[in-house]
Design a protein around this ligand. Sequence first.
Ligand code: AVI
Length: 341
Amino acid sequence: MQRSTLRIDPRFRTPAPRAFNLDADVVDRRLTDSAAERRALVTGLLATPATIAPKYFYDAIGCALFCKICNLPEYYPTRTEARIFDREREAIVAAIGTGKQLIDLGAGDCAKAAMWLPWLQPSTYVAVDIAVDALEQALPKLALAYPEIDIRGVLVDFTRGLDLDLDVADGPTTFFYPGSSIGNFTPADALEFLNGIRRHCAADGGLLIGVDTKKDPARLRAAYDDAAGVTAAFNRNVLLHVNRVLGTRFRPDGFKHVALYNEALSRVEMHLEAIDAQTVTIDGIGRIFRAGERIHTESSYKYAPAEFVAMLQRAGFANVRVWQDDARDFAVCYATTHSAG
Ligand code: AVI
């Protein structure tokens, strides 16, 4: 990913939404309380076990590494979801309908949604992401390619709460949340998040979402600990990002990448394990990481399709359709806000 010409200090405050000078407007609604963000990060690092929120993976280098992960032989979710989309495109379009507004959560480079634009022919396409670089590069190209669609971007950390009241117009709305990112929420938070989406959908709206399924733990582990070491680099890079945010001096090479499947909780966990004892000064406090001590950096929950359908129904969705690949490695669901077929 190229560096953006737009300079954004990660500690910045944004008093009010503003529009950048692009062919497609990008509104900045990122939250603002950088002191609270910093406090939460410090609290996580000083806790035992220590934690870092997964959103800190996605600086410019982290985004580039994540793109590489999506193309790794071991990381099946991205290509499996793409195959389901390809194979089931017409059935999915028939279920969704055309001409609605399309809200793309975690849009990134907008590549996944771009495949749907000619099919769904949305009136409006709103790309929502926290990463300014990706939206800034992708949206002008989309706006040129689809002049008939009102194309907009919203910069927001929607993992802190889904408040798109200013961005979602009245009328039928399709939310698009691919990539099994829902798995990075705890089940309780996922339910609340899905509820929030449903509230924004309005009548005749719906959610198209990708979900990773439970499977052989060895395959799950391999997907998060690839032979080329890309996921390990992605995991360790979070420490460089933390160093920039907090002014700490974590040494990424002092930590080992650990990926494991926690069968009891149905989740892959990623950790960074201290190779030897090290002390890191965090907000003036000397935090000792003992050899073998771990920092928990990510959980990625896996669902049986029936479990996920039940969660969608608990969130108030109805009429859930599920499409899977032949090996049942991944599931794509479309759920509506109305109960009639
Ligand atoms: C973004 N998210 C769905 C990925 C996942 O599979 O949980 C993040 C990831 N972490 C390591 N590899 C991929």
